[in-house]
Ligand binder design. Structure first.
Ligand SMILES: *[C@@H]1O[C@H](CO)[C@@H](O)[C@H](O)[C@H]1NC(C)=O
Ligand SMILES: *[C@@H]1O[C@H](CO)[C@@H](O)[C@H](O)[C@H]1NC(C)=O
Ligand SMILES: *[C@@H]1O[C@H](CO)[C@@H](O)[C@H](O)[C@H]1NC(C)=O
Ligand SMILES: *[C@@H]1O[C@H](CO)[C@@H](O)[C@H](O)[C@H]1NC(C)=O
Ligand SMILES: *[C@@H]1O[C@H](CO)[C@@H](O)[C@H](O)[C@H]1NC(C)=O
Ligand SMILES: *[C@@H]1O[C@H](CO)[C@@H](O)[C@H](O)[C@H]1NC(C)=O
Ligand SMILES: *[C@@H]1O[C@H](CO)[C@@H](O)[C@H](O)[C@H]1NC(C)=O
Ligand SMILES: *[C@@H]1O[C@H](CO)[C@@H](O)[C@H](O)[C@H]1NC(C)=O
Ligand SMILES: *[C@@H]1O[C@H](CO)[C@@H](O)[C@H](O)[C@H]1NC(C)=O
Ligand SMILES: *[C@@H]1O[C@H](CO)[C@@H](O)[C@H](O)[C@H]1NC(C)=O
Ligand SMILES: *[C@@H]1O[C@H](CO)[C@@H](O)[C@H](O)[C@H]1NC(C)=O
Ligand SMILES: *[C@@H]1O[C@H](CO)[C@@H](O)[C@H](O)[C@H]1NC(C)=O
Length: 645
């Protein structure tokens, strides 16, 4: 059962911790539905069965056999699984002790393990068909080869494309501005003076483990160690007292105030990035009609250090920091793969498992409404249809925001009935919005977190492609992603993905990130948008050279103009034409054909980070063209496999 509650803006801004308890109680109750078994006979029996079906068959068949055994137990005695499976995994070395716990132990609000989701998945998976093959390919490390992608389609959900739908409307001569900011990944445990030269995934926290892995930037003269530095009244920087990190001789490269390349963003960096948006607006007399945030508020810390409280606090902090500084500017958001608990999961609304995720919808519905970003009707929609929502902006553009965990390779719920082209109902929602907009001559932007070729499942990527193809170029005026932390794009081609200029269908913008993790400078962008067609006329990118904040005595980062997409690649393109897929096709060909342009692309992708790869070195940057010119998983996989032949 989900408790009802009333929350005010004041409550969110001031006392996040207090109201969080309600959401935690909801999540706790949902997780407790799976009662762990203490029947030792049954536990031993399952361990024995898993052992038996794993020994004589191929790796693939053994994985499938275990799914079959698991399904039987999930249906008859599910509480045995999260106890027995991790023990089997550790005893027979099916993974490291950490991964055995993470993947198979029971989920609780204190422990970010996915075993409960695994049990849910087992109840409905088909071990003998596509589901099993898909699971054993993606969630058990290539145990089975990737199965052929089914030829499912949703084309019955739309009317035929008419001749007028093959033409994009011509832009007018006036523009407005839109902010695109993404991937904060705020690290609430970031600690000035903690080890930045660690061997774990996440450095700069008191629990960062191991030594080595990249403190080489440290030359012994850093001095930006201000533990209490913060922003007061939003925009006033208070540095506080110098903190002598060198008193701790066990640290080889102490974490500086504003962040490090091997660490997620301290909150002060998130605040600085949003302040820089506001400062730029003031300085250049620019206003933004609205902002898009394409997901990932929560950090990349090892799952052992994640729990429900930290996840919730990170979501609250990110949106609060945006609201506190952007004032009345609406922020349209999508949740990322990190913005869930446990990590990466979301269940379909049917089948009875969605109550594990409703706390997240409730939080977003209430927060976004209280912040004035969405109205009451949309808020109700967000609460009940958590795979996506749509808004009609004041300027007449429709924005559809989707939850890409529905097609994420690490979401267990995406692995049952996986031949169903729309198990989550997300695509039919998108299609209904597009059909409605098309009938009104209205244009649409689609925003979501994960670019399908990076971490998406093959069938949903094909369906997503099919939808964009149908509604381009007449209705879809923009597609926006985050997730990769890199400044990138993906082009869609028709005609069996033959990458010619005639075949360009559309493209997606992939935003850079504020978090410097991993090896990038923090960055954001804004778009110049045609008022009539909502086509993107230009994109302007800003960044801070993070390494220059390491020994500048704790001064704030300086946020600089990086480049504009229209000028960045030396393409001769009419001033009156939008930066559409054809433009990006020309860019991608330059990148394909020369080391010089691959280097330019990599410089932009990482924002001139000290860690930018040197593309003149053998083997470097070669897959860039596949990334930029693919949209479907199978196309990308084919493209990359051809590089190696
Ligand atoms: C314990 O599990 C075994 C094997 O599944 C079963 O036969 C037995 O009835 C269970 N005992 C109890 C007390 O549930
Ligand atoms: C595995 O193979 C061995 C040797 O062929 C056989 O004795 C054993 O019964 C087999 N186990 C299973 C579970 O099939
Ligand atoms: C999908 O259709 C293509 C072309 O008709 C065919 O070659 C392929 O085998 C089909 N794939 C599956 C999984 O049925
Ligand atoms: C913009 O276009 C409108 C109508 O299309 C025209 O009346 C106006 O003069 C144009 N303005 C400029 C600055 O070109
Ligand atoms: C980082 O740690 C490794 C392993 O202890 C060490 O060799 C290296 O010198 C350290 N780097 C710096 C900059 O201290
Ligand atoms: C970031 O901004 C928020 C909202 O103004 C504020 O509550 C928080 O203390 C700030 N944190 C830092 C480290 O500046
Ligand atoms: C020094 O750093 C280590 C590693 O993070 C930590 O365990 C220890 O408590 C620190 N010592 C002091 C005096 O801060
Ligand atoms: C709320 O927003 C939705 C989506 O933009 C819109 O369709 C609806 O008319 C709005 N409702 C009100 C009462 O303003
Ligand atoms: C599985 O997918 C099919 C469509 O492919 C659908 O008709 C059916 O209801 C789905 N079953 C479940 C259990 O979701
Ligand atoms: C796609 O490729 C197949 C086989 O290579 C070919 O028969 C078909 O005509 C191609 N379709 C298009 C639209 O180019
Ligand atoms: C992009 O714009 C150019 C110039 O207006 C146009 O010729 C081309 O067809 C457009 N491309 C797409 C994919 O819409
Ligand atoms: C920061 O990194 C950039 C890119 O490698 C480099 O050009 C610059 O000199 C560095 N600045 C400092 C202060 O190290």
């Amino acid at each position: 059962m989900i408790l009802s509650r009333v929350i005010t803006l004041g409550a969110i801004a001031a006392t996040g911790a207090a109201f969080s308890q309600d959401y935690k109680a909801d999540a706790n109750e949902a997780f407790n539905e799976l009662v762990p078994s203490n029947n030792q006979t049954a536990i031993d029996q399952l361990i024995h069965e898993l052992r038996e079906v794993s020994i004589n068959d191929s790796r693939c068949q053994a994985c499938l056999n275990r799914l079959e055994v698991g399904k039987k137990w999930a249906q008859e005695n599910p509480g045995v699984i999260p106890v027995a499976w991790p023990q089997w995994c550790v005893r027979y070395k099916a993974g490291s002790p950490d991964s055995c716990t993470r993947n198979f132990a029971r989920t609780t609000v204190e422990r970010n393990a996915e075993g409960s989701n695994f049990v849910d998945m087992l109840t409905l998976i088909d071990p003998h068909g596509y589901d099993g093959q898909l699971y054993c390919q993606y969630l058990e490390e290539d145990s089975c080869p990737k199965p052929p992608t089914p030829n499912s389609s949703l084309s019955h959900l739309w009317p035929p494309k008419q001749p007028k739908h093959h033409v994009a409307p011509e832009p007018g001569n006036e523009t407005f501005n839109v902010l695109h900011i993404s991937d904060f990944h705020v690290e609430l445990d970031y600690t000035v003076g903690a080890e930045s030269n660690c061997s774990a995934t996440m450095c700069c926290t008191p629990h960062s483990q191991g030594k080595g892995g990249g403190g080489y930037l440290y030359k012994g003269h850093w001095n930006s160690f201000y533990k209490d530095a913060h922003y007061e009244n939003e925009f006033t920087y208070v540095k506080g007292a110098y903190y002598n990190v060198f008193q701790n001789s066990s640290i080889s490269a102490p974490a500086p105030t504003f962040g490090h390349y091997h660490c997620d963003a301290p909150e002060i960096l998130v605040n600085s990035s949003i302040n820089s948006v506001v400062d730029y607006g003031k300085k250049h007399n620019l206003s933004f009609e609205f902002a898009m945030f394409t997901g990932d508020l929560i950090d990349h810390d090892e799952q052992a250090w994640m729990n429900f409280d930290k996840s919730l606090a990170s979501e609250e902090a990110g949106f609060r920091d945006l609201k506190s500084r952007l004032g009345d500017m609406p922020v349209y958001s999508t949740l990322g793969n990190h913005d869930s608990y446990p990590y990466g999961e979301i269940a379909q609304e049917g089948h009875g498992f969605s109550n594990k995720y409703t706390w997240n919808n409730d939080l977003m519905a209430e927060m976004w409404k209280d912040y004035g970003w969405i109205n009451e009707t949309t808020s109700q929609f967000v609460r009940t249809h958590y795979t996506g929502f749509a808004v009609d902006t004041k300027v007449g553009l429709r924005i559809v925001s989707l939850n890409s965990n529905c097609y994420y390779r690490k979401n267990h719920y995406a692995f049952w009935n996986a031949t169903d082209p729309d198990g989550f109902g997300m695509w039919s929602f998108l299609i209904s919005e597009l059909v409605d907009a098309e009938s009104k001559g209205q244009r649409v932007w689609i925003m979501t977190h994960i670019p399908p070729i990076v971490d998406g499942l093959p069938l949903p990527s094909k369906i997503f492609y099919e939808i964009i193809e149908r509604f381009s170029p007449y209705t879809i005026a923009g597609v926006f992603f985050g997730h990769t932390h890199l400044d990138q794009f993906n082009i869609l081609y028709a005609g069996n993905n033959t990458k010619t200029i005639e075949n360009v269908i559309n493209h997606a913008w992939i935003s850079q990130a504020v978090t410097p993790w991993f090896n990038n400078n923090p960055s954001w962008r804004w778009y110049e948008i045609d008022k009539e067609t909502f086509s993107v006329m230009n994109a302007y990118n800003y960044y801070a050279k993070l390494n220059e904040t390491f020994d500048n005595e704790g001064k704030e980062p300086e946020w600089l103009f990086e480049y504009s997409c229209r000028d960045g690649y030396g393409i001769d393109w009419p001033k009156t034409s939008p930066l559409n897929g054809t433009y990006w096709h020309l860019v991608s060909e330059k990148i394909r054909d020369s080391v010089e342009y691959r280097q330019i692309y990599e410089n932009y992708a990482t924002r001139f980070s000290p860690y930018v790869p040197d593309c003149s070195q053998n083997g470097k940057c070669l897959s860039d063209y596949c990334t930029l010119s693919s949209f479907q998983v199978d196309d990308y996989d084919n493209c990359v496999s051809q590089l190696h032949t």
